[in-house]
Write a protein that binds this ligand. Structure first.
Ligand code: F6R
Length: 260
């Protein structure tokens, strides 16, 4: 695991965007795993700026969202179909036909999840997966006690996650109770992972994921077993890490050949 501590949320977005940009430059027809929520927004705006400047091209990239609410029509502004379209597909110039989001409106949920897994396989796997982290340590919507071997499936959101996401809806009751999410096993198959976290509210989850025991109680701790996971956090989100100084020293002395 590489831990990169940056001064603020803008720098977190810039550093994480550089990792993504490097992958896209090397493999312009690769596959990018897409998180929603607040955490990755600065990555997307930074990448959009690089696209507008002509430095980057996503038109041949495939995109795979991590998750989707169950029972929220695609046209609902907070469905992840709509959020991905608004924050990623259009600003980054993806071909909409190459962007996939799990089908939370499917009549056969199990078949939709299986089809989603197959679409990732057919795309050749995910080259780089963007992740945020929940205050309870979830990644995707793999809530605590999710199986480390899990694949895309339906999950029940915890009351805490529903409360956290209520800010996107007119009232807390409108947050769906269920979601489809890539599993922890699916996420772990990505060749590269970039997790971003900002703010004090994420500090405990970040510390548990990075320095705690690998445990299904903190789903993000499975990333300790990934061969190429980069955790980019601001000072506030890093505030509970015991080895902060070591991570800063390592990053400051990172050789150029290893930059991304
Ligand atoms: C979103 C997702 C979630 C979020 C997490 C943090 O697709 O999979 O794991 O990354 O809930 O949400 P924010 O970024 O809104 O704090």
């Amino acid at each position: 695991m590489e831990i990169v501590i940056q001064a603020d949320a803008d720098e977190v977005g810039r550093v994480a965007a550089s990792v993504i940009a490097d992958v896209v430059a090397r493999k312009p027809d690769g596959a990018l795993g897409l998180a929603t929520g607040s955490s990755p927004l600065k990555i997307y705006s930074e990448l959009a700026a690089r696209v507008a400047a002509g430095a980057l091209d996503f038109s041949r990239m495939r995109g795979f969202a991590l998750d989707e609410y169950v029972g929220l029509p695609f046209e609902h502004p907070e469905s992840y179909h709509a959020v991905i379209d608004r924050t990623v597909t259009r600003p980054l110039g993806f071909d909409p036909r190459l962007v996939h989001v799990p089908d939370g409106m499917a009549s056969d949920i199990a078949a939709a999840c299986e089809a989603y897994e197959q679409a990732i396989v057919d795309a050749g796997g995910i080259d780089v997966q963007i992740l945020g982290i929940g205050a309870n340590g979830h990644i995707g919507f793999n809530e605590p006690t999710s199986s480390f071997a899990s694949r895309t499936r339906i999950k029940t959101l915890t009351p805490k996650t529903r409360a956290d996401n209520a800010r996107f809806f007119a009232s807390p009751e409108q947050v769906p109770t269920h979601c489809l999410t890539q599993g922890l096993g699916t996420i772990m198959c990505a060749r590269r992972i970039v997790l971003v976290a900002q703010g004090e509210g994420k500090a405990e989850a970040v510390a548990a994921a990075v320095e705690g025991p690998v445990s299904a109680s903190c789903p993000a701790s499975i990333l300790q077993h990934h061969e190429h996971a980069t955790i980019v956090v601001d000072e506030a989100a890093a505030s509970r890490l015991r080895n902060r100084d070591y991570y800063k020293y390592t990053y400051a002395n990172k050789p150029d050949w290893q930059r991304y």
